[in-house]
Design a protein. Structure first.
Length: 112
């Protein structure tokens, strides 16, 4: 067991469409999200990752900034960019007269 005052262990994960990449890294205490992602090697393995413009990051499903300080056993998550803006999808459905319900569908289906 490591001394938490010297170093921390964190997981960095990046979910692709068909699989998840999970890398464990050991870092000095006080390390940031950005340092963990860089240490994971995922930026080299997936050159499409852009932490500044396209990909958001989080710790245990909560969005954080790259300079957020990590704690021992945190899980850093790199999120893929959204393909469609959820607000835009809802607006288009409303224009088409569709009712929002679980699983989508049209107003006629919802009334049945």
């Amino acid at each position: 067991m490591s001394d938490s005052s010297d170093s921390i262990q964190v997981e960095v994960c990046y979910a692709l469409r068909d699989r998840q990449e999970l890398v464990r890294v050991k870092l000095p205490a006080g390390s940031t999200v950005q340092r963990a992602v860089e240490a994971s090697g995922l930026l080299q393995k997936y050159p499409e990752l852009d932490l500044v413009k396209a990909n958001k990051v989080g710790v245990f499903a909560k969005l954080v900034k790259l300079d957020a300080e990590l704690r021992d056993r945190d899980r850093v998550e790199i999120y893929r960019p959204l393909i469609a803006d959820p607000k835009e999808v809802r607006r288009k459905r409303a224009e088409e007269g569709k009712v929002m319900k679980k699983g989508g569908g049209s107003a006629e289906e919802a009334a049945a």
